[in-house]
Design a protein around this ligand. Structure first.
Ligand code: ADP
Length: 615
């Protein structure tokens, strides 16, 4: 397009890569471009509706808000016009053509490698506009901001390296997107086809969408209807519309709350899949806030405590004045009440699911558990209820099966006083930990905790149902006297233990005769006051300083290797080979815990020992 005042801008490197991905590899459903454009137009009109409540000077004030689409089969062209807020020059350079969320590119690249269908997900990444480049080679945006002193602009790009911006004269506020379909996709340049796509993806748009003279969508506030007046299918479609998700939600909840100081209606959902940045709650979207059917916040995180910010959907209240500022919304007492009421309802919803739809609940738990569990340390009012909702794998149950504390207590042996658990990286790693031997032998159930977040939340539960909740790798674990693996701690064993202490001086806090080992020669446990080992590792991983607490080494004096060492000790109290073996035993225990400091030293010592043994 010939234009004297057009200025050219280069896309940032990251954006170029993203465009390449979009155009060449990601999309399998090019039709989603329409959903993205309609979604952007609706956002723009929602913003307009919001500011015109207070600003009387805006352009075309009071004009009906609507989206108009036209296609020309002969010219293979497409035009979409909204009369929303429009864009300034800064908006065009800042908002179009930048990746808003960190990690987006890495994530999409990963998806591409795994050959998943990222096209379906594109709307969740704040780059939805660029999906037009699936269907065209060049796009034109003509826009004017609603501010009365604004200026019109034309933005043109072929989605490769650069875009241009030029001033134009444009009388009305809002945005028009236009382009010509690629030859291979000319079937889209057809009224019927376009209507079909709108019905499929955008039926619940807040504003009327016209194709030619026909209004296509049903503009209705589904969440204000009674639960029984809405079909499941409608609710599911509505979910897809609000979230841009490509699949139906895992669960939905329609709420109508009155009294208790909070009055609101809501339609809430739990998605099937977690957003890629689940734990970074500031980054992904939660619920939309409406007041009397008017959207006032597209993503109102303050309506939910952080640990429930996987919930999506819509909340509508009449308790907030329409023309209130966002800051006031955040700090209003009405909001606090709604948040409290919503939290209670969501927990009830999960309780019901856990009791009646166990499979569904476990799917939820596996998907959102890491975030959900953080609630235990944040929401003390609901802590007891949240504890009931925890699920773990366990030594007596099959891999993949999950139990609650209640299940565990129901299976406890008559004499058993405490609830036992062990943390680790995986089920297999925990199962091979020597600290489980005593429990295995006596068939005492141990909960296996291997979600990294567990170490932050479970140690804080000291008691459940008046039973102490204990990690089995602590030094002070009290084992039933009759049940203990029988050990005879004679003088010789005691002397050998002092040699262990001497040899490992500075490396371990103490060496003790073990009551819990059955098959292994040694194990490492945490001192009574020491920090959980997994916790220590997590803290290091997050770059935080963890006080490096030393372990206690426990020795199984009935083990053949230990017996042989005793014999060597009798022959020569300062036998070098014996000391070498002691160090090797210590490092083997470290290795099981994934904490071996030097593989090469370990192997070298092993070679020395083998040489001696094969002499
Ligand atoms: P997202 O909509 O997810 O933020 P997009 O790439 O689709 O990502 O759009 C980027 C931004 O461009 C939007 O957030 C909005 O600020 C602006 N924008 C896009 N389309 C319009 C429009 N029709 N009217 C006004 N602003 C728009």
């Amino acid at each position: 397009m010939e234009n004297k005042n057009a200025q050219t801008f280069e896309y940032k490197a990251e954006m170029k890569q993203l465009l390449q991905l979009i155009i060449h590899s990601l999309y399998t459903h090019p039709e989603v471009f329409l959903r993205e454009l309609i979604s952007n137009a609706s956002d723009a009109m929602n913003k307009l509706r919001y500011i015109q409540l207070t600003d009387e000077t805006i352009l075309d004030r009071g004009k009906d808000l609507e989206i108009r689409i036209s296609v020309d089969p002969k010219a293979m062209s497409f035009t979409l016009t909204d009369n929303g807020i429009g864009m300034t020059r800064e908006d065009l350079t800042e908002n179009i053509g930048t990746i808003a969320r960190s990690g987006t590119l890495e994530f999409l690249n990963k998806i591409k490698e795994e050959k998943k269908n990222a096209g379906d997900l594109i709307g969740q990444f704040g780059v939805g506009f660029y999906s037009v480049f699936m269907v065209t080679d060049e796009v034109t945006i003509e826009t004017r901001h609603a501010d009365k002193d604004s200026q019109g602009y034309r933005w043109v790009s072929s989605g490769e390296a650069s875009f241009t911006i030029a001033e134009i004269s444009k009388a009305e506020r809002g945005t028009t997107i236009s382009f010509k379909f690629k030859e291979s996709l000319k079937e889209f340049a057809d009224d019927y086809k376009i209507k079909e796509i709108i019905k499929k993806y955008s039926n619940f748009a807040d504003f009327p969408i016209f194709v030619g003279k026909d209004k296509i969508n049903t503009v209705e506030a589904l969440w204000r209807k009674g639960e029984s007046d809405v079909k499941d299918e409608e609710r599911n479609e509505f979910y897809k519309f609000v979230t841009n998700d490509y699949e139906y939600p895992l669960a939905s909840l329609q709420l109508s709350v009155e009294g208790a100081g909070a009055e609101f209606k809501a339609l809430l959902f739990i998605p099937r899949q977690a957003p890629f940045d689940l734990m970074r709650t500031r980054q992904h979207k939660t619920v939309q806030l409406y007041t009397n059917k008017i959207l006032i916040m597209d993503d109102c995180k303050d309506l939910l405590p952080e640990y429930l910010q996987f919930v999506r959907g819509v909340v509508d209240t009449s308790e907030l004045p329409l023309n209130v500022s966002r800051e006031v919304v955040q700090n209003s007492p009405a909001m606090t009440k709604i948040k409290t009421a919503m939290t209670g309802k969501i927990i009830q919803w999960l309780q019901k699911m856990a009791n009646k739809e166990t499979e569904k609940y476990l799917t939820f738990y596996k998907t959102f558990g890491p975030l959900f569990k953080t609630g235990l340390n944040a929401d003390f009012a609901n802590r007891e209820k949240l504890i009931e909702l925890l699920r773990f794998e366990s030594s007596t149950q099959k891999s993949g099966e999950m139990s609650s504390f209640k299940d565990y207590v129901g299976r406890m042996k008559e004499k058993q006083k405490d609830i036992y658990y062990l943390t680790g990286d995986s089920r297999a790693q925990i199962e091979s930990n020597p600290n489980t031997e005593y429990f295995k032998k006596h068939n005492i159930e141990v909960l296996f905790l291997f979600d990294p977040i567990d170490v932050f939340v479970i140690p804080s539960i000291n008691e459940y149902d008046k039973k102490t909740v204990k990690p089995i790798d602590k030094g002070d674990i009290e084992l039933d006297a009759d049940d203990q693996a029988i050990k005879t701690d004679d003088d010789l064993s005691k002397s050998l233990v002092s040699v262990f202490k001497e040899t490992l001086k500075g490396q371990v806090e103490d060496v003790r005769i073990s009551r819990r080992l059955v098959d292994s020669a040694v194990t490492l446990v945490t001192s009574d006051a020491g920090m959980d080992r997994q916790m220590e590792r997590m803290m290091k991983m997050m770059g935080q300083e963890a006080p490096a607490s030393k372990r206690i080494m426990e020795v199984n004096i009935d083990h053949p290797v230990i017996k042989n060492l005793s014999r060597r000790y009798l022959a020569n109290v300062s036998d070098d080979f014996m000391k070498k073996c002691i160090t090797q035993l210590y490092e083997s225990a470290q290795m099981i815990d994934g904490e071996l400091p030097s593989k090469s030293d370990y192997i070298k010592r092993m070679m020395d020992i083998m040489e001696e043994a094969t002499k």
